[in-house]
Design a protein around this ligand. Structure first.
Ligand code: GDP
Ligand code: MG
Length: 162
């Protein structure tokens, strides 16, 4: 079975940039407009010759209401389809209330969740990471998806062991 990896997180944290990096495509729309990726997008990745399926999602704004709380329908569907979840957060905005709420929602799925702290370019990485450790997920991985930084550690320590 080809492992399935879901990318979830708030809009604009860099999920689509990470998707493009992993799948080496420009299929996912990347823009400054929050919520641009409106639905799930599937891509193939090959890491050290091993195939993976990556699911990009539109992101959770915190504005969703009702029984699903902060977790938008399509992100929930992506998590249900996945073997592993990469919860993407933005190092520059730090840990937000929506991140914390989403973290609670993600714990209800009993799937392995690894935190990916994106946009660590040009900032103090240790200071940026400190808050995120408190979420207590499997691992905390600093990356700069736009520049390819941290990708090999993420691939080798998180994805390949699946
Ligand atoms: P998504 O809404 O989570 O899919 O986020 P996108 O991938 O569309 O990226 C949102 C914005 O963040 C875009 O302007 C990207 O260029 C920018 N971005 C993505 N990755 C990085 C990064 O590693 N560093 C910096 N500084 N900006 C990034
Ligand atoms: Mg996107």
């Amino acid at each position: 079975m080809v492992p399935v990896v879901a990318l979830v997180g708030r809009p604009n944290v860099g999920k689509s940039t990470l998707f493009n990096r992993l799948t080496r495509s420009r299929d996912a729309l990347v823009a400054d407009l929050p919520g641009l990726t409106r639905d799930r997008q599937y891509g193939h990745a090959k890491i050290e010759g091993r195939p993976f399926i990556i699911i990009d999602t539109g992101g959770i704004t915190g504005g969703e209401v009702g029984i699903d709380g902060h977790m938008a329908e399509q992100s929930k569907a992506a998590v249900e389809e996945a073997d592993i979840v990469l919860f993407v957060v933005d190092a520059r905005s730090g840990l937000t209330a929506v991140d914390e709420s989403l973290a609670r929602d993600l714990r209800t799925f009993s799937k392995p969740v690894h935190l990916v702290v994106n946009k660590v370019d040009g900032i103090d990485v240790d200071a940026a990471l400190a808050d995120f450790y408190s979420l207590g997920f499997e691992s905390v991985n600093p990356i700069a998806a736009a520049h390819g930084r941290g990708m090999s550690v993420l691939s080798e320590e998180v994805l390949l062991p699946i």
